[in-house]
Design a protein. Sequence first.
Length: 302
Amino acid sequence: MRILIEMFILPLRLFNDDIILSINNFGPVFGKRLQKRVVVVHDVWFLSDAYDGSKVLAGLFHLLLRIQQRVAQKVVTVSEFSRRALVSCMRIRGADVTVVGNCLPTSDAVNHAHSALVNADEAACGNSPYFLLIGSDRGNKNIERAVAAYAHYCGSTDEAIQLVVVGTYGDDFVGKLRQKYSEIFDKGLRIEGYVTREEFKDLLRGSTAVVFPSLYEGYGIPVAEALANGKFVLVSRGTVCEELAGEMGVVVDGHDVTSIAQGLEKLQQCASHKALPKIHRRVTDFFDCAARARTLAQTLMS
């Protein structure tokens, strides 16, 4: 339904506009003469090696992107990683794709690296330490492997800390995890599911470290949020998240449960150190929405 609205109903509503910006992969397929159409393609997960779902959906996604490539005057994406993916999967020239990265709300800026240690210490005074696992029940988020790895981690150490899981999960998915990993639900696995933005910020601020083993992202906003709060973050090798995390990343093979389990042990060790890498400049850049807005405006007007 979203694709139908964006590709066919939206151009009727905006037919007389001079510029149309579609921010969600697909945009109008027709418009008035000389109308400029710009589409933001966040990622090409369906076309990547990490995708293991329906080939029909992958084929449909490829077709729709081909249509966008023909009807859009400009293509924008959110990271250099996604630009490389578009060039590789869609044979789009790199010069024809503009990168405009995501940014974090300035209201979150008070929580970034310089105050993160204080926040974590305060949170630890009244609560047990915990990792924060962020994701959903979509395959690329890799949650089931992460939970399996947590079970291995709990069995390998007497000092395992809790794992709090947030995101959108169906009842069937949660039931499957409860049945398969019942022993760690008793030991320290806690599935919060969907939480409000304020609840999420509190959980992030109070966490020992963040676990985000996603196999494919276009940008990796949870990683940026983790860094902005001075948290080490577990990420999968070869993804944009590895690039984004830099020195604050604990990199694992996202397809290997043992590797993720070992990553959890390393994550605990990293988080126990008070000294953090100097990432202040990169963190500050996450909140520079004005610079990204200028780049996007230049793209729309050029």
